[in-house]
Design a protein around this ligand. Sequence first.
Ligand code: ZN
Length: 616
Amino acid sequence: MDRRTFLKTTSATAAGAYAVRAFPAWANAQKSLVAVATPLTTFAYSDVQLHDGPMKRQFDENHARFLNLDDDRMLKVLRQVAGLAAPGEDMGGWYDLTGFSLERNDFHGFIAGHSFGQYVSGLARAYAVTGSEPTRAKINRLVKGYGETLDPKAKFFVDYRLPAYTYDKLSCGLIDAHEHAHDPMAMDIHEKLTRAIVAYLPEKALSRAEQRSRPHKDTPYTWDESYTLPENLFLAYQRSGKSFYRDMAKKYLEDDTYFDPLAEGNNVLPFEHAYSHVNAFSSAMQAYITLGSEKHLRAAKNGFDMLVKTQSFATGGWGPNEAFGEPGTGQLGNSLTQTHASFETPCGAYGHFKITRYLLRVTKEALYGDSMEQVLYNTILGAWPIQADGTSFYYSDYSTTGKKVWYNSKWPCCSGTFPQLAADYHVSTYFRSADGVYVNLFTPSSLQWSDGSGKYGLKQETKYPFENKVQMHVSASQPKEYTLYVRIPDWARPNPVLMVNGNRISAEVEPGTFASIRRTWKDGDHVELELPMPLRLEVVDANHPNNVALMQGPLVLMAVAESQPTFERTALLQAKPLNNAGGDWVANAVDGSSITMRPFMTIDKEGYSTYVLLKS
Ligand SMILES: [Zn+2]
């Protein structure tokens, strides 16, 4: 992406939408510091508004939760270690300074202050969306408060369990505070922290196996995530122009044991930690964007392809027990009877959205949008909201008899990624190209943009995926020729329909591609999309051909039952919609009972089976 163009766009739209958000002059002084201008770019967070629906609800819930979280509590562990006055209640859970005990296995005091940077990041992105002045003020207080706890040697990290893990999140929070909330101190603090953290990091990115050979003294948790550092280091380079960030990013690319074999098509995912290794794909993408390294683009593309084809459930989730398994061994089907920890949902979805956004920007291929929406509707939109005391949703349960449950420790990793992801819904819905606009997600929303010639917009109205039609209304201060690209999901067969002002477009509308409509758009033009959503079955893996998920459009329909029901194939494919608000269907099981089939989004405390059995 051309940083200068991006900043100019941000500046113009921010000024239009929220006059209070003045953009400081230094922000425009950035030079273009990337090697690759991606064919698609994201819009600014402020260019997109979500309207009533589950995505907006999750964004609002997360924004309110962290806006209302007490500053003193968030800063407490950082102040305690620094020897400063540390008022306020303990946060509890993972976040606290003491209390970690492997025996108790509740991870209390697991990684003190680990998610502070993510909470700042989530708030900064929420500020970028809303222009909320209390949010901006809170970001400034938190950054200043963090800066007061930071000494030139970052002593907070002495004997710290996972320094790379927590540094990476602080790095992201400070970059976002600078980029979105224009915090005046954030990048100075970032540099001070980064120069100090080097003393606590290994000399290169270490795989889990390498870390096991050099154990940490106080726990068997001998892993840290040094291999996820480059993404934010490259972004810090792009923010600041300081080359030491770029040099450090290159040093932590996990080439020897991960990106080199992935680039050559070797599937080295098995036995790696799932989320952090998907997150590492985004570091490879920044190596491509910042340095122009084609090898790293190949590594990310191949790795994502292996993720989808060898590690993923019908929901789009992956990594039971947070690990990748060996392809061809039936590991996904086996996991259905072995664990309830099937998919680390907020973190996994956050990483999945990031890598699919990067790959979409570079390749313009619809399959990445398909994959993003699969994860959206079947995983994260079914996650319960973070509670005031830090109680969080963590694992989705795809076991034969699954249930939604709260995680057993407060403020876990997934409380950090959820607010970031919910803000990122805004930058995942539409993309911009040199010749027009891409519609990637179908959700009630508005997009506004402007260029030298005028102001333009697009508004979506839909109950998708609970109905198969999407209405789009065009606004334009004057007629303008551009191409509107609309994602046609690969499952939308046969004969998806795309109409402009009531007339079917003449070009072919091919599932698995972005359909394009180039014309001179006028204010009041109307686009209608109608997607066939046939029922279909997807097996969990080749070793378990009778374990199938019932799918309709992007949704997995899960059986509401206390034990895994069995169906005849034809009876399952003859399920009928109940046309209720929850998107329920009903199908007849072999024992004669009628089983409700319900999307994960609307399941609450009832037992369910993600995969049902086919009578063999
Ligand atoms: Zn997590």
